[in-house]
Design a protein around this ligand. Sequence first.
Ligand code: SF4
Length: 320
Amino acid sequence: MAPLLEVRDLKKYFPTKKGMLHAVDGVSFSLEQGKTLGVVGESGCGKSTLGRVVLHLLENTDGMIRYKGRDITRVSKKELIALRKEMQIIFQDPYASLDPRMTIAQIIAEPMQIDKEQEKSKIDERVYELMDTVGLARRLYNSYPHELDGGRRQRIGIARALALNPQFIVCDEPVSALDVSIQAQILNLMLDLQEQLGLTYIFITHDLSVVRYISDSILVMYLGQVVEHCPSKELFDFPMHPYTKALLSAVPVADVHHKKERILLKGELTSPINPKPGCRFAARCIYAKDICHQEEPKLQEVRDSHQVACHFVREINQNI
Ligand code: SF4
């Protein structure tokens, strides 16, 4: 089956006073319909920028984004508007992403009000339907966001994203501002919606426990580049890149008898502005050798569906 989304060598650079900031630098992946790709990495690694560039909310510097077989970086403005209905985003912070002057009904209805093809007389009915879908009580129709808790606010964000019947949603840290108990409710809602509506997600987060729960495959980013990409279970069972190993070592384990050694990353973070040649992780990597400072490691398949960008992946992981 052809992938719903195919991204090849995607780049997004921002000019700064000190030079060019390489926020996304040569990212490639494909994503099948109905699946979830988790994108993880420290803050500033370019994951949120990647999400926005994939939706073409930010123009790419280079590379290709193919959605349903069409390169969306080359379509006309009119075609892009039509495509945008299918491609939506759920934002990180439900507190900040909702207009406090609008009622819940107005917020959910807004995309339909703007869309010229919507039958305006049916919008109210559709708002109620969407509130039911995301588990918001109908009595909250005329409430304002400040009257609700974080979980309900994020349900509004989800209802709004669903308003135009999208097929693909970028979820940018959608649960990180929420309490843990509420996080689980929102994640379960998103999984239910995926099953009911056949949605495809890119799920961006810095929280590895969350990404494990929701993703089919995971892409680990470091300073604008992909360092590891594989199915979700494989990443947690056989992490191979030194950066992924360090990230996973910081995830708490529920079993008190299980002792896990935390890998602390030392060394300076390489600047993403005009980055030097070589591996961007080299300054913090305990395995770095001369070549790591000279040549950029390419993302290569080291096991079935498991790609890693490291010159010494086989030496570091002798069990491959
Ligand atoms: Fe470490 Fe070198 Fe591998 Fe980069 S390429 S992760 S510096 S061993």
